[in-house]
Design a protein around this ligand. Structure first.
Ligand code: ADP
Ligand code: MG
Length: 729
């Protein structure tokens, strides 16, 4: 389809009516989820109690019970029109994967529907094509998926009749190595709980369970389907590798919180209805800063569930957008010169007594608990900032983290002026030696009295910080919009868990040496404040001054993915990750390889797509205009017009000709660079070659192409322009 046909189609598309199942979301919320309430109606009381206990304690579910649960799931799903089931898992590709089977089978020649414990608990998808970093040699290419009872099964609808019961699972190789995002996440959550409960017990004996909570905010772009399909780069890579800036970009910021276009609104409603049916508690929707950019966010949940829900949502968005003849772009940087997309991960810790451990409390004791978790989190990030950087590294995110866009590649923590002052005072006032009762009481009261200011300070949010405290939670803002939240969550859980273990060890030692509990806690916290000061930054993360200051503080500023990934395999990373059994040594090495390989593939696809577009679309467009200019010049010359009077045509012709030459030469060189890059043997070398020798062509080629786009006859330009992609809805 030509650009003009696409524009025509996009302009004339009606918005689709969305019927709400009911005016009350509560009428249909989670109706497609096999919740514990739903389960309760299908299985015996004993089985139900046993499953709940297993979910709460993480214990293995008995085979007989699993059989009952499977029967219940099948009956529940069949009543809702599902004819097949699928183990649903999160391989390292970043997308979700499903392997469908029907309930149908033959028994003695008779057709029956069946689904038992065997099918529920374990499956063997033919998974040889999923990335494994060499963990599965081809002859044992089979891995298996295993049921995760802590995340509920759900029914996914495709079209009006295709309904599938999806069972959240982990994905493991036959040798027992984990091949997905979920297994390490579950391990990290367990680790964090084990580490956090005893620390909570310093303040509250009643706490027996601590969970990490996650509330993500998902940014995305929408473009019309016809315009999308007319851009090979959007189709192949999810971003525009070429395209001159529109005269109107985001300068006016008039899109932000502006009214939502009708078609987009219909899409959002539809997505929300489907999300709500699937139990995803989406609550907010709005326009983002960039034109064509939007955001949605749910009410937070336990991290494991929230991760699953975000994966599910990304999948849903894609399907529902198609229904509205729109395409959703989850890429971190779909358009040059316009804000990219991120996925803020709001993270906190909640207890089974209903307390948010990162929420300032009402009593001095509560506030000491708050400060304990608050300061330990800062210390963990300070110790393992590089690991956090590695966890958010991807080809797409390089455009945000490494370029002139916040957040930067330097990991720092923003806590706001009130807390910064409280920490400063704590550092000054706590003595390094033993403190008497009066001193401690005074100090605790003093901290407590300052906390109310926090609520006011809460509005003072630093939008440029990659890791910010926002009143009652930390927010990792540097996660890529297309990323699986599981990895940054796994890393954060693990480093905080390790930190809490260290904290407890040190506190116990002081207590053993005769210090009181509060005194010991305060003294350890004081030292942590001193040790992690360099990670705190309250200013503009986007400024050159910060880059200089960070360098003086010794903070890393790694702008590209391959060297950022190296942080995964450092001694300190291995110590905290392998030492805590989140990954085995082999798994960590394999994941490193997989991440490098994915990076390389992404850059390679972008480069090949770009070369293809330049040769088959951009240059031919340029040549048509070149031909026009030539015949125009010839005609004018034939009329006897002097060369001196033909400067406009001559200059244009010269520039067009030069740009065409540049484009051809650079595209050819880039293809050679790809060939050369692929000759390296190790994943790291290949990734580096793509990063350092292929990617630089993106800029030179783009500059030439964008210039050509700006000077040639609009009718000849084959690719939908930015002004069309961004503003036609
Ligand atoms: P805003 O940042 O826009 O003011 P909120 O502070 O209510 O809005 O929350 C933003 C995001 O933080 C939401 O996605 C929400 O789910 C999440 N969130 C709020 N409290 C927590 C918490 N205790 N743990 C994890 N996420 C949370
Ligand atoms: Mg936010």
């Amino acid at each position: 389809m030509s650009r003009f046909q696409a524009v025509e189609q996009a302009n004339s598309r009606p918005s689709i009516d969305v019927k709400l199942p009911s005016n009350k979301i509560s009428d249909y919320f989670a109706t497609s989820v096999f919740t514990t309430d739903a389960m309760r109606q299908y299985i015996s009381k004993e089985a139900y109690d046993s499953v709940l206990l297993s979910i709460q304690t993480g214990q293995k579910i008995d085979r007989k019970i699993a059989d009952q649960v499977a029967g219940a799931m099948k009956a529940w799903a069949a009543e809702r029109g599902a004819t097949s089931y699928s183990h649903w898992f999160q391989p390292l590709t970043g997308a979700t994967a499903e392997k469908h089977d029907t309930f149908f089978t033959l028994s003695g020649g008779k057709a029956i529907e069946t689904f038992g414990a065997d099918a529920l608990v374990q499956q063997e998808p033919d998974a040889s094509s999923f990335p494994s970093g060499g963990l599965r040699v081809t002859f044992e290419a089979r891995g298996y998926t295993a049921w995760d009872p802590s995340s509920p099964a759900f029914i996914m609808s495709v079209g009006s009749s295709g309904k599938t019961l999806c069972i959240p699972t982990i994905f493991v190789s036959y040798t027992g190595d984990s091949l997905d995002y979920k297994a390490p996440l579950l391990k990290s959550l367990h680790l964090l709980e084990t580490a956090a409960v005893p620390v909570c017990n310093y303040f509250d004996r009643n706490v027996t369970k601590v969970v990490a909570t996650l509330g993500w905010e998902q940014e995305y772009f929408l473009v019309d389907e016809a315009l999308f399909l007319a851009r090979p780069d959007l189709v192949a890579t999810g971003r525009t590798v070429l395209g001159a800036a529109a005269a109107k970009g985001q300068q006016l910021e008039d899109h932000y919180f502006g009214s939502i276009p009708e078609r987009v609104y219909a899409f959002m409603l539809d997505m929300e209805v489907e999300s709500h049916k699937l139990g995803i508690p989406i609550r907010t929707r709005h326009n983002e800063v960039a034109p064509g950019q939007y955001e949605c966010a749910p009410i937070f949940e336990e991290a494991n569930l929230a991760v699953d829900q975000n994966q599910l949502l990304m999948d849903l968005m894609d399907r529902i957008a198609k229904r509205h003849r729109l395409r959703v772009l989850l890429h971190e940087k779909p358009f040059a010169g316009i804000n990219g997309s991120g996925k803020h991960n709001n993270w906190s810790l909640g207890t089974d007594t209903g307390k948010n451990l990162l929420s300032p409390g009402k009593t001095p004791k509560n506030n000491l608990q708050f400060l304990t978790f608050f300061i330990n989190t800062i210390k963990a990030v300070s110790t393992h900032d590089n690991l956090l950087r590695a966890a958010i590294a991807s080809a797409g995110n390089d455009h945000r983290l490494g370029a002139n866009e916040a957040p930067p590649a330097i990991i720092s923590v923003f806590i706001g002026t009130t807390l910064a002052r409280i920490l400063e005072e704590l550092e000054q006032k706590v003595k390094s030696g033993k403190m008497d009762e009066n001193e401690k009481a005074e100090l605790k009261l003093d901290i407590h009295n300052k906390i109310p200011d926090l609520l006011m300070d809460n509005t003072d949010r630093n939008r440029t910080s990659p890791f910010a405290f926002t009143g009652n939670k930390f927010e990792i803002r540097a996660v890529g919009s297309s990323a699986n939240c599981a990895l940054p969550m796994t890393i954060l859980n693990t480093i905080v868990a390790q930190q809490l273990v260290d904290f407890r060890t040190e506190t116990e030692k002081l207590i053993k040496d005769g210090e009181s509990k509060d005194g010991a806690i305060l003294r350890v916290l004081r030292r942590y404040i001193t040790e992690s000061k360099s990670i705190l930054f309250e200013g503009d993360n986007y400024s050159q001054e910060w880059a200089d200051e960070a360098a003086r503080r010794g903070l890393a500023n790694v702008k590209t993915t391959p060297p950022a990934l190296d942080f995964f395999i450092t001694e300190s990373a291995k110590k905290v990750l392998v030492g805590n059994n989140i990954y085995t040594d082999r798994e960590l090495d394999a994941r490193y390889e997989v991440a490098l390989e994915i990076y390389k593939r992404k850059v390679e696809i972008e480069a090949l797509t770009m070369a293809d577009m330049v040769i088959t679309q951009v240059i031919p467009s340029g040549m048509r205009y070149q031909a026009d200019l030539i015949s125009n010049l010839k005609g004018l010359h034939d009329l006897g017009i002097k060369k001196k009077a033909l400067t406009a045509q001559t200059e244009l012709l010269e520039e067009v000709t030069e740009l065409i030459n540049t484009l051809k030469a650079e595209a050819d060189s880039m293809l050679l660079a790809i060939e050369k890059a692929n000759k390296h043997h190790h994943a790291r070398e290949i990734a580096s070659a793509f990063c350092d020798t292929v990617k630089p062509y993106f800029d030179t080629i783009r500059a030439a192409s964008d210039r050509l786009e700006q000077i040639i006859d609009d009718r000849y330009w084959a690719l939908p322009k930015y002004r069309e992609l961004l503003f036609i809805k």
